[in-house]
Structure formats: structure tokens, C-alpha cells
Design a protein around this ligand. Sequence first.
Ligand SMILES: [Zn+2]
Length: 329
Amino acid sequence: MKHLLPVIGALLALLCAGSRAADYSPESLAIHRPPAPNEQGLVVTFMGTTTALISDGETSLLTDGYFSRVKFDRKAEGGGLVRPDMAAITAGMAALAIDKLAAVLVLHSHFDHAMDAPVVAALTGADLVGSESTANVGRGLELPEKQIRVVAPGDALRYGKFVVHFYRGKHWPLPEPLASAMLGNSIDAPLKPPARIDAYKEGITWTILLEHPSGNLLIQGSAGYLPGALAGVKADAILLGTGGLGDLPRAEQEAYYREIVSTTGARAVYPVHWDVMSTPLSKPLVPDSDFRRSMAFLDEMKAHTGVTFHLLPKAEKVLLLPLEKKTAL
Ligand SMILES: [Zn+2]
């Protein structure tokens, strides 16, 4: 019996490891911290992929505003024809309780970031902000030119108490043939939907910093990095794109974490772009194929660095950066 003890111990350890891995579910990783009455700060409401409403009670900004959640048709040429789904957009905006919106910040010009953004801008009067490619998505939907703001790397825009900084970033390395069709290129003329999915070319992929009296929130939509691009940038919390992170080689995962999280000194990470992007928003978000590997990696980094990570539940207000403390959760 005695000599069996180490074996039993090892089996137990394996079982525990197994049950620990099973904890990587959206429910167990979710954070719930609705602002209490009179509590001020940055409140974030997440709506799948990289869509998040960020508000300080006076000014609201929206990243991407992607609600149509179209299906990518791998057999169809160019991924198939897609267009904004008005019913899905209005339902999504209602779920986020969007009334006044200052700007839609478009992280890059792929369909799952830029396609619906001009519709949201048109419905709210908000600025559509992004690269020239994003501007051409807006022009294709006849958004008035006065609502379109094209930014360049290094630019900063002020909205209320927010200063929005734009840094050139890098997109996650798509597999071929998508990479050739959709990375390192731009939309050079107004794009009128319905359009092929691969007509929504990358434009510039941004890393955006929201500087605010409550603290600095960095928004990184895609799991890619340009070495040194964020040198000197300080963030308290990060909306971190983890789509495809779990599929990257380990050295690339570590470099991404170092360049985006460690460099900026952020103490709290909130993964975004972790869900299957075609699931309708009327249904619960479904974790993408690499989700567990991405979360396990972030968990490992947490053990090394103390940087926490939580998921933002769909359509729930979360007080991310309280005004008084200036610290992340
Ligand atoms: Zn993309």
C-alpha cells in the first residue's frame, strides 16, 4: 500500500489539474462590478468580439460596434457577401443602452470591426474614427464627411475628459489565403455593401489608449504587436485581444504579453475577441477554439506577475476604473 501512495498522489494531482482547467469557462472568469449609485469612474459594457461601450457618465465612446455577427462562408469566393444587419444593430445598441455617443473608435477595417460602425455613427451622430480605410467604409454607407475623422499614428483626440491616443499596432497573423487578401492592405475607395468579406481590408491596426482622470485604459483588439511601439505608454487596465493567442507559438505569446501588458505596467487584463464572432448576440457568447489555451496562458502570467484577468460579461456594466482610487480591480 505504502508504495502506492506516490502513485495515488500523482493521480490526484492530475485530477486536480484537470478540474482546474475546467474552470476556464466564461462564467467562472467573469467579473461583476456594477457601479453603485454616485460611484464615478470608467464603466465598460462589453458586447462580444471587440465591441465595448466606455463611459464616464458624461461622455461615451464605443469601440467597433460590431453587431451583425455575419457568417464567414469558407466555400464562397472572398468569404461571401456581407452587409450590416439593421435589426441586429438596433437590438445590440438597445442592449448597450446607447443614447448619446461621442465617437466610434474602429480598431481596424476588417468586417468584424468596421462594417457596422458607420451605421452606429449615423444613428447616434457620433464621429467615425479610424484609418482612411475605415473612412471609406463610412463613405460607402454615405456617412456625412463631417462625421468622419481620419487619424494617423501618434494622433490624440479629446472627447470630454477622455484623450484618445492612437498608436500603430499589428494584427494577429491570419492564415493563408486570408493573410494575402486581408493584411497589409487598405480600402482605397468607398466600400458599398453588400461586399465580399475580403473587401474589408485591414487598413491600419490601432492600439488605442484612453487617457482619463480615472486612469488609463489601453485597447488592443488583435493579438499582434510591433516591438517597442508602446514604449513610454502607461496603462492601468487593458482590453486585450486574445483571439488566436492560444494558437501562437509560446515565444510569440510571451512577446505579445511583454509588449502590451508588461511594458505598460497594467495590473488588470480583460480579454476581448475571445468569442465565436458569428454567434448572434441574442444568444450567449461562445468561446472560440483556442479560448482555453489563451486563458491558461493568462493564468500562468498572473501567477508570475500578479496581473489579474477577468472576462467582461455580455451587456453588463462593469466599473473598471473607479475615479477615486485610480486603480484597476
Ligand atoms: Zn481583424
